[in-house]
Write a protein that binds this ligand. Sequence first.
Ligand SMILES: NC(=O)c1ccc[n+]([C@@H]2O[C@H](COP(=O)([O-])OP(=O)(O)OC[C@H]3O[C@@H](n4cnc5c(N)ncnc54)[C@H](OP(=O)(O)O)[C@@H]3O)[C@@H](O)[C@H]2O)c1
Length: 316
Amino acid sequence: MRDVQWPVCNPFPPPEAVMRVLVGGGTGFVGRTLTSLLKSNGHEVTIISRNPGPGRITWQELPSKGLPPCDAAVNLAGENIMNPLRRWTEEFKKEVTNSRVDTTQILARAIARAEKPPEAWVLVTGVSFYAPSETVEYDEDSAGGNYDFASRLVTAMEAAARIPGDSAAAGVTRGVMVRAGFVLGRDGGAIPSMLLPFRLGLGGPIGSGCQNLPWIHVADLAGIIAHVLESKNVTGVLNGVAPSFNTNRDFARALGAALRRPTILPLPAFMVNAIFGSERGVMLLEGAKVRPRRTLESGYRYAFPELGPALRDILS
Ligand SMILES: NC(=O)c1ccc[n+]([C@@H]2O[C@H](COP(=O)([O-])OP(=O)(O)OC[C@H]3O[C@@H](n4cnc5c(N)ncnc54)[C@H](OP(=O)(O)O)[C@@H]3O)[C@@H](O)[C@H]2O)c1
């Protein structure tokens, strides 16, 4: 992975208090950027993974050994829902759900049982919570979570994160849900698989191209999580999206411009559905206009609020 240059992406001065942060799924795309940012801010990170290793504990160890001493916990674990190599079967859907809900529940239960519960507990979910619309604007207070598979998955994850009211952690541990949009970065998410067709001049909008595409640079998603951990007063839901609204067509044009390639060939909806299955294809063919109102009110300053500079940074 290339080095992350935090002076550009992290507008916050390192805090004085060092935190011990537990990061579920810290080996992944977002987790690697978050871990790098937290360490560069002087914090200590322990990763929770399916596989043991230095600086890690496993999910199997948590229920038996309990929560290791920590000041904050974050969960990013989950089977990659958009993996085009996996067919959209009932078995894969179960894997996608269980990998998120079970890990979240294991961590929430360990927090609830901890003698010294952490000060903060952050779960990353998705903006698929909000029903797709080309016109309705959503913010963190908008209703949702019961529209389709992906929105119900967010509801199930957020329910699994709840700390029981009669536990030691109730009233001690601050809970935050970050609902992320499409995460853009060089080392994961959708961009790496799009580069080849776009470089060959075969890229273009997906479906009609008019669908909204809520997105965020991976450095800003990591930045929002670090900001939440360090601010000590943020609670509840924050939308992890950039403050600018873009459609899928805007995205194709901006990616083509950053690569200096034409983007005239659309990817038809029937092909998307053939590759991903219609229940998953909808995540690419439809989208919601999501505003990060509470994220901005919390004082977070984006390093990449606009799409063009975000893509140029990723491709530089
Ligand atoms: N990437 C995006 O565009 C995007 C958009 C919206 C929301 N999100 C959410 O943000 C979180 C982090 O995203 P990401 O892109 O960083 O995820 P990722 O890289 O695909 O996966 C994160 C980690 O999850 C663990 N994992 C994978 N499959 C698992 C399974 N079957 N059971 C248990 N753990 C499993 C892996 O850690 P180990 O191998 O170490 O166990 C992996 O490194 C995810 O929950 C995702 O839903 C991502």
